[in-house]
Design a protein around this ligand. Sequence first.
Ligand code: FES
Length: 79
Amino acid sequence: MPFIKVRENGPYLVDVGDEVTLIDWNGRQYPIARRPFALCRCGHSKNKPFCDGTHREVGFQGAEAAPESGTPDPSDPGR
Ligand code: FES
């Protein structure tokens, strides 16, 4: 099942298969080197909109978990 996972203190992991495109405000596509891919959530990547791992260096804190009442996704591979 395709999913976007909010990683604790990290990026958005986008694992939605090959059909999705990532476009800018002009409608132009970003080249996607590999899939799944991660989108920067910390704002410090030098390769935006992709994550380049800088969130670790800057100590990004982002741990907004989904409500506990949310239904666990049985297909979540736990990545
Ligand atoms: S979330 Fe990884 S560089 Fe921003």
